[in-house]
Structure formats: C-alpha cells, structure tokens
Write a new protein. Sequence first.
Length: 768
Amino acid sequence: MFAIIADGFAADVPKHKKQFNRFLKEFLTCLTDKLSDDKASIALAGLGNFAAIVPVFMGADALPKIHARLIKYGDDLVAIREGIKLKWMLLCRYTTCYGRFVQKMQCQSDIVVQNFSVELVCRLLDAYPSSAIYVKYQAELAIVSMADAFSSTDVMKRILQHGMLLTVSNRIDTPDGVHEFNKSSRLLFEYEGLWRGCLKRMQGGALEQAMVNAMADTMLTILQRLDLRYQLEADTAESSTQYTVALYVQWLLPSARQLPLVSAFYRLAAVISHLLAANSAASRSPLLSDALASDYASFVVQVSKAMPQYHDELLIATSVFVVATPVSMVDLAILVPALKQALALGVFHFDTAVAAVEALERWRSDTVVPFYPEVLPLLAPYLDEAANQSASFQISVLRLLGSLGGYSRFVVEEHHAARDDVDKTAAPLTFPVALDRVHADMSIELLLRQMRDLAVTSIDRPVKAAAGGAYHAMVLYLCGKTATLPTAKTHASEKSVYFDHWHGIFPSLVQLAADADTITRSLFAPLLAQLLRWFSGIAALYPFEAHAFLDAIMHGLSCVDDSSGGVRDVAAQSVATFLKYASKQPPTSRANTVFSAHALMERLFALCGHPLLSCRVGAALAINHMYRDFREDNELVRTYALSMAKHVLVALKPPDDPNAVLPLVHALAHMEKILVRRAADLQHDDDTRVVLGGTDCLNLNAFTTWLFSNVASSAPTFRSNCLRLFEQLARMVNMTGSCKAWLTQFQKNHSAAQLQYIFAPPALTDIS
C-alpha cells in the first residue's frame, strides 16, 4: 500500500508535496515518541517505501538526517536483550527500512554502517525460529532489502556465515508444536524455508546470483576444514577420525577465542573432547601434537575461568564441554567447578545431567576422592521420586553411588546448628494472629532466615519454589512494617529497628532475582525492581538501609563466587536503575544521599581501578546497561562522560586476556558514541569534572591531550584504545574536523623534549 502511495506522489511532485510532508511527519514520530510496537512497525514500513522519493521532495540533504535518526532508534532497538520475541515485527520492519535507506544513500562502504547492518540481521536470524509462522515472511523481506543494499560488499558473506552456523546448530529446549525431522540432532530446519523464500523473492538476476555465490563461499569455507580422506582397510585398528581431529582443533581454537559467546563452538569442542578421551582410553597414539594439546588444555582452562560470567544456554554448553575434557590433559581441580555447575543445571536439563554423571564415572576414583564432599551432595535431587528424571538414569546414579562405598555418605549434607542461629541484635519481627478471644504475636524471625537459606541454596525444585514463595511474602510484610516506622524515629540519621533484617535480605534478593529456576526468578526479579524504586524515594529517611542495598548490589557486581553470570547481569541492571531514579530526584533531596549520581559514579570508578578483573568487568556491565538513560541526560553527560571514558580506559591497563575484557571494550565504544555526538557540550571548562576525573577531564581538549600522552603506553589493549579514541576526538576539539590541525597546535605549544617524553617514555627506554 505504501509503495503504491509513494509511486502516486512521485508522479506529480508539486501537487502532492503537502500530503507527502504529512505522511513523513507521522512516520518520523516512531523514531522519537514511544508508540506501540504495531504503530511503530507500520510507520517504519511506510518510511522504508518513501526512502526512494525523499530526495525528490526534500532534496539529497534530507536522507542523512533521517538516517541519523534511524541509527539512534536502532541503537535502542538492538540494545533490547530481553523480550525480543515480542518485538519481532518491529525488528523486521526496521531492518527492511534501514536497508532501503542505505541503498539510497550509497553508504555501503562505511564500516560503521556495515557492522550495524550485520548486527541487525544476525539478531533477526537468532529470533527467527521462535517467531510466529504467519510473520516469518517479514524476515525474507528484511534480508532481501539488505542484500539489495550490500550486493557488492562482503556484508552478505558475514551474515550468511552466521546464518549457516545457526542452520546446523541444535536446540536445547524444544517447545511444543515444533516439528523435529531428526530427534537425535534437533537441527533447526526452519532456516531452510527462510533461504528458499529469500531466493524466490529475488526472482533471478544478478542479486539472486550474488546471494547464491555468497552462500556457496560460506559453505565452502566451512567444508574446506574437513579432511575427506578414508582408509581402504575396513578392519584397521586405527580410528577413522584420527586425521580430522587435529584439523578441527586448529580451526576451532582461534574461532572460539575470537567469538567466545557462540555456544556452537563449545558443542563441537565437547565432541572433540569425547574423541580424545576415547582415544586415550584405547591406548592409541595421540591425536594431537604436544604443542596443539598444550594449546587445547590452555583453552579449557580459559573457558573454565570464564564460566562464572556465563548463563543460560551458553553456561550449559561450556559446562558440558569442560567436563568432557580428558583428565590426563587438565588438572582435575580445574574441571570440578564445571562438574558442580553441570550437576546443578542437570536438575532442569536432562542431557547436562547425563554428561555430568558420565564424567564422574569416567574419572579415576583416587583423584576425585578429595572433591567428594562438595560434589556428591549435588546428586541428591536425582534420587527424589518427584525428580524429572527417567528411571534408568536414576538406576545409573544409584550404581555409581554403590561403587563409591562409604563415600556415598556425602550425598546427605550434615546439619549445621550455626545456620539456625538468629541475629540477637535484630529487632523482633512478629506477625499478629487474631484467634477467637486471643490476640497473639507470632515471631517469624527464625522462619525468615530458614526460608531465605532454602530459597537460595536448595537444589530440590519443589522445596525451592515453596521456600521462595514464603520468603517473598515475608519480605513484602517487612516492607509494610518498615513503611510505618518514620513516625517512630527521632532522627533520619538513626538506623531503623529493622535494619539488621534488611541487611541480611538485600544480598539474597540479588541472588534470587538471577536464579536459574524460572519460578524463583519470576518472583524476585520484579520485587528487586520495586524495592529499587521504593528506596530511591525514601533514601533520605532510611540512609543506612539504602546504603546497605547499594552495597549488596555492588558486591553482586564484582563477586566471582557465584555459579552463574546472571547475578552480575542483575546487579548491573540494578545499578542502571539506581542511576535512572537518582537523576529523577530533585537536587535538594538527593544531594546528601547514596542515591545521588555522584555517589554512584564514585563507586563505579573505584571498581574500574580495582586490581581484580571481575570488579572491572562488573563496572563495565553496569555502564553498558545504563548507556541509554545516561546519554539522554544532558547534565550527566556534561559532568561524567569524560571521567567515565577515562576510568574505563584505565581499567584496560592491566595485562588481561583480550576476550575477558570485551565488556570493557563495549563500554568504551558506548562512551565514544556519546563523546562524539556531544562534543560541542564538552568544549568548555567544568570544575565538577575534576572531582572524579582529575584535571585531564576539565574539557574535551584536556582529555584528548591525556589520550595523546598514552599512545605509547606499554599496555597493548590500553594503548590501542587510547589511539583509536584520540583519532576520533582530536577532530572534535573546537569542531575543526581535522586531527592534523590538533597535532599542529599541540606541536606549537609543546617542546621537543615533551614530545619525546610522550613517544619514548622512561618506562620504555630505561633498560637498567
């Protein structure tokens, strides 16, 4: 319909100019106003069809302006990690619209445009299997639009490489109603219909041929790693995979290190580990050379250390891979944490439970004995009659425990009386019960502590769900009791009588909001968000409780003891929520509270300078989550943007693994966008920036000078990011648009000795 309207408008420009402007104004509201998804989808569809006639009515300068607004809208759309299934139509329509604008503007050679387009289509491909069948055709329209825009570049090859890997991937949890052609592999055959539909819509010609060629190149790139040689002797004693395992490992290791968040790599690595273990058990010649085996073992260690940051499907894939590693290659102490994680996840995912129990059977008993007290209690849920496990699997678990002899006693944990101790300094927490003629106050302090421990630590799902529901109700009751306290307090600087209860509750709320159990998570994730909003409004009345709340969130942001990276993500989201509510509070009410933006930034910047990588990564995750709210607040950007960029760069100084600091790199990329877009507001001096950022953050020129002074740093990651950011910001100082102009002015204002100190600092020249 919009295409027909656009053709009609183009037939008589002077006559339809007014109607065109009205249509375009309505379409552009979707990029600024918060419309419903349906209205925004319709507006994006119309805007995409009008891309061809915009220059006719408004001139060539209008396209870049609309493109800039599309980029900003797309950043928000891509940043939505949760609930993407609900925005499927919006994502497809936006991708189609963006592809048509790129084609009309002839900006296909722009690297930023290419990367953003690839990210859009890859997100669309990830959500394709779970979309409704009657709107799947929208993905075909979006891919055809992108293929038409980037027909002469390698963008489609990058997109198709991601698509081919998804095509051969398998599904962890198959929902009802999905037809599976092969039950054992669970391949995602939905993508076959997508590729067929795209080729049909291209209707022959150069575009279809280009996509077929790109698809063939992608498949050849995957297949060229295969060794198709075979042996003629059918009864040979050697394994038929001995020639291909080394080739697979040589391809897999660099690919997985470059893209550590792709779970398909870890599934392939698990298969390779099983082949290596079988070859070792058969006492055959090694399949890997010594150097390659050492590299493979170091890769296992890296994945094991990174597992606390992962969650959901990626955590399952990595844990299964690590426990499949032969114990002859890696120290058992490296594998045990992955085994514990796999056993905990196996309660909800049967295949993971099988992999964990098989690994425990495969390991030698003499080496694993010291770890029995911490491993065997995790087998208790598999023996429950109500457990969602097959009878044959429960029998295999019983046989395993029987073979362990007396060590099977560790399945039942010893009861520690200390856990039942209640904090004697806490105020009584009672629940009034009105009977027939008696009014009694029932103490629930001990019950609160016990329900909290069960909800956090229990691996029995029915018990965990029941305890979580009871604990949730008690926390709500404590909220009501606390809300009635202000009239009883004499000073706002005093602790409330329920402070000790809140102090013990806050850390558990963060853990339960990120729990692997869906019932528990659905209870406490909304509760955590509600408490964040509530305490943001009463922080002046309850400063000690608010301070303890923020301490618990910061601890979750930097803690590495949790078995799931979801705790860190929830803490990062909570910090972003804290900042949002802090910016909404009146300045007079938040000046002296922990909910002020200054107090939050001070804590985040302290984490950026922490020697532990987990603390620095946690700060980066918080910055990534607060990016959208931060960039829209002019006061926050003017005051903290330069300081935040500086502290994120300083966090990259320690010599850490490049894959481990990816959240820091992403946070720096967000800050780079803000600094470039808001460069005009950062030109002038502002003494408030010096408080947290130092004199190097007084203005944009001072910050650019600090970047230039670190382009010869000995830290490679820090050095490269300083240089990249300097190249972007030097052109924005005084809005000259030229990096050369800044360097010329810097050379005039500084001596040769100062320049020598920058390019050859004493740390590099001193060899004594």
